[in-house]
Design a protein around this ligand. Structure first.
Ligand code: MN
Length: 250
C-alpha cells in the first residue's frame, strides 16, 4: 500500500479559506497537523477537523504571543483534556520577543508539566534561538515516556540536535530549512528514524506562492537528495516515523 505524506506543522486556520485548506489536505491524503496560535482558536479548529481522516487539530499558545496573551494559558488548561495534539508551543528568544522570555519559559514549563500529568500528548515545539532552554525544560518536565516532542523548524546546533535525538525528540523539516547550507548540514546529520516533514504554511513559500500540505513532496524530494536515498523510501520512512511518534504511551 502506498504511504501518505506528512505535514506535521501547518497553520490551516491562517489561510484565507480555512475550510477549503482542510478539504485540500483531505483530498490530497496528507496527514496534517493543524496547529493553532491561541487556545481561543481551539473550538473552531476542533469542529472543522471533526470527522476528517487526515487532518488533526492541535491546541496551542504561540510563544510570540505570550507577551499579549499569556493569560490565555488558563483557557489552554481548560481545553487540554480534549486535545491529543499540542502546538504551537515553545520558546522564541529572538530579539523581537526577548522581552517576554521569562514569561515564555514559565508558560512552556507549565505546558510541559500539564502534558506530563495528562500523558500521551504529541507536541509541536518552536525553539527559535532557544534550543538549549527548550531541551533543558523538556528533559526536566516531560520525560519521553509521558509525551512525544517534535521540534518544528529546528535551528539549533549539531550537538543540540544530537542531544534532542537522544532525548527521544523528533524533527519536522520544511523546505526553507533546506534552502541554506547550515540547514542542510543539520538535516543531513539527523537520525533517519526521527525525521518528519512540515510546511509551516502559510509562513513558507514554494515556487513563489504560499506552501500548503500537498507541497511536502518537494521537501521529501530534497531530503532524499541529501540522504542519497530514493524519495519513495524517505516518504515511507517518514510515514513509519509518524506511526512510532503516535505510539507514545501514557
Ligand atoms: Mn508555526
Amino acid at each position: 500500500m502506498p504511504s501518505h505524506y506528512v505535514d506535521l506543522h501547518c497553520h490551516l486556520d491562517l489561510y484565507p479559506d480555512f475550510i477549503s485548506a482542510v478539504q485540500d489536505a483531505e483530498q490530497a491524503g496528507v496527514y496534517t497537523l493543524a496547529v493553532t496560535t491561541t487556545p481561543k482558536a481551539w473550538p473552531h479548529n476542533r469542529e472543522v477537523t471533526h470527522g476528517t481522516r487526515y487532518v488533526r487539530a492541535a491546541l496551542g499558545l504561540h510563544p510570540q504571543l505570550i507577551h499579549k496573551r499569556g493569560d490565555e494559558i488558563s483557557l489552554w488548561d481548560q481545553y487540554l483534556p480534549e486535545a491529543r495534539y499540542i502546538g504551537e508551543v515553545g520558546i522564541d528568544a529572538s530579539p523581537r520577543y526577548y522581552h517576554s522570555l521569562e514569561k515564555q519559559k514559565e508558560v512552556f514549563e507549565h505546558v510541559l508539566r500539564m502534558c506530563a500529568q495528562h500523558g500521551k500528548k504529541v507536541l509541536s515545539v518552536h525553539s527559535v534561538r532557544s534550543a538549549k532552554t527548550v531541551l533543558d525544560l523538556v528533559e526536566r518536565c516531560l520525560p519521553s515516556s509521558k509525551g512525544a516532542v517534535v521540534l518544528h523548524w529546528f535551528s539549533g546546533s549539531l550537538s543540540e540536535a544530537r542531544r534532542a535525538a537522544e532525548m527521544g525528540c523528533y524533527f519536522s523539516i520544511n523546505s526553507q530549512m533546506l534552502s541554506n547550507e547550515r540547514g542542510r548540514r543539520l538535516v543531513a546529520t539527523l537520525r533517519v528514524d526521527r525525521i518528519l516533514t512540515e510546511t509551516d504554511g502559510p509562513f513558507t513559500q514554494i515556487e513563489e506562492r504560499v506552501a500548503c500540505p500537498s507541497d511536502v513532496g518537494h521537501t521529501v524530494q530534497a531530503i532524499a537528495e541529501l540522504y542519497k536515498s530514493p524519495a519513495e523510501e524517505i516518504k515511507d520512512r517518514i510515514a513509519a516515523n509518524l506511526k512510532s511518534l503516535l505510539a507514545v504511551e501514557p
